[in-house]
Design a protein around this ligand. Structure first.
Ligand code: HEC
Length: 112
């Protein structure tokens, strides 16, 4: 079991390393990592595979597809929203790279 986890992590690291040299693949890998982070750190409140949000402590928590489809949304704006959250969302513990991955993932849900 432990071995599988290790092999999986090595695979992800390798993918990320290769991805750095291939722009299209790099984007996909970043988004995939962002989706994983979202599932772990955000899905407790935000619907990540749903169109509609939920209510948490009396506040509407938009789904990530709603957030992505706001007018004039950009990955940069998303990063700012994530790092300066409105109550009752708490400030997530994220590094710069994780923040970018999350923003890329959420932005990828924007309808063309
Ligand atoms: C404790 C519950 C909770 C968690 C965990 C949480 N959020 Fe939130 N989030 C909220 C709530 C509630 C709001 C709406 C706040 C408001 O505007 O009143 C919100 C708003 C947002 C917004 C702004 C949406 C808009 O209206 O444009 C973004 C972006 C966002 N969250 C991203 C994230 C990301 C990324 C994570 C994971 C790292 C995360 N959130 C984790 C509760 C949460």
């Amino acid at each position: 079991m432990k071995r599988h986890v290790k092999a999986g992590l090595a695979g992800i690291t390798l993918l990320a390393a290769c991805a750095a040299h291939v722009p299209a693949l790099a984007d996909n890998a970043q988004r995939a990592l962002g989706e994983e982070l979202a599932a772990r750190q955000c899905a407790g409140c935000h619907g990540i595979h749903t169109a509609k949000g939920v209510t948490f402590q009396g506040v509407y928590v938009p789904s990530f597809s709603e957030v992505a489809n706001r007018p004039n949304q950009t990955p940069e704006r998303l990063q700012a929203l994530i790092t300066m959250p409105a109550h009752p969302m708490t400030t997530p513990a994220l590094g710069d790279r994780e923040l970018r991955q999350l923003a890329e993932y959420i932005f990828s849900l924007r309808a063309p």
